[in-house]
Design a protein around this ligand. Structure first.
Ligand code: JF5
Length: 238
């Protein structure tokens, strides 16, 4: 899989990528990550990449010329995705779709924004990684790269380990425990040590559902609980 990233701060990516499973995937030839700095395509003496907004207002806007020039010189894989708070929400479903492609590209927004002609005529779509404003799209690009790459066969050591992630079921994950069975007086729920696999599966399903209702009711909004789910909620917490 090839991923091209257009960023004014390519060095931002160095240490997160060197210190992760992504570096292993790059060295194995599974991931081809390429970085492009639009400043190298700025033509004026000051190499400027931003300018004041038409119509007035605070801050600076990324100019179209260096961004178009950088993308056109690289001929990057598409879709080319603009990252910014005004995008459609990036989620596990989109991560799975991108993981099934031979590649895609990311353009990191900066400052107060990007000239709209970049969004409209250069990029294919705009994605947001959450409802907050970052200083730039670089952290958002890392989020997308990591969420997608770990779904690509050969990137995660255990390919089965992504099958039952949070969100692939549409619910949050149930709590997990490991040894010791008691830590500082806090015991692992007895059901998990009972050896009764049917009861364990029921407990896990109920925990996942309770957690989702409590923390992320939006994940269940727009659908009624199934009769099985209603029944799960009748069970005692442990
Ligand atoms: C950015 C204008 C891009 O802040 C973000 C972001 C938030 N969620 N997803 C991405 O990107 C940087 C800021 C301002 C364009």
């Amino acid at each position: 899989m090839r991923i091209d990233v257009f960023t004014l701060f390519p060095e931002y990516f160095t240490s997160p990528l060197d210190a992760s499973l992504l570096d292993k995937a790059r060295r194995a030839g599974v991931l081809d990550l390429r970085f492009h700095d639009p400043r190298r395509f700025a033509t004026d003496p000051h190499r400027s990449v931003d300018d004041t907004p038409f119509g007035g207002g605070a801050g600076m806007v990324l100019r179209p010329e260096p961004l178009f020039a950088a993308v056109e010189a690289a001929a990057p894989p598409r879709p080319l995705i603009l990252l910014g708070p005004a995008g459609r929400p990036f989620d596990q479903h989109r991560a799975g779709e991108l993981a099934g492609t031979p590649g895609f590209s990311l353009l990191c927004g900066r400052y107060e924004g990007v000239d709209e002609r970049v969004a409209e005529h250069l990029c294919d779509e705009e994605l947001s990684v959450g409802d907050y404003v970052l200083a730039g799209g670089e952290a958002a690009a890392l989020v997308v790269i990591e969420a997608v790459a770990r779904l690509v066969p050969g990137v995660v050591g255990n390919d089965a380990s992504t099958d039952h992630d949070s969100f692939s079921s549409g619910l949050l994950e149930e709590p997990q425990y490991t040894r010791p069975a008691e830590f500082r007086g806090w015991a692992v729920p007895a059901v998990l040590r009972s050896g009764d696999h049917a009861r364990i599966a029921g407990w896990r399903a109920a925990q996942a559902l309770r957690r989702t209702l409590e923390r992320r009711p939006d994940l269940l909004a727009g659908r009624a609980l199934t009769p099985e789910e209603q029944e799960l909620l009748e069970e005692p917490d442990d």
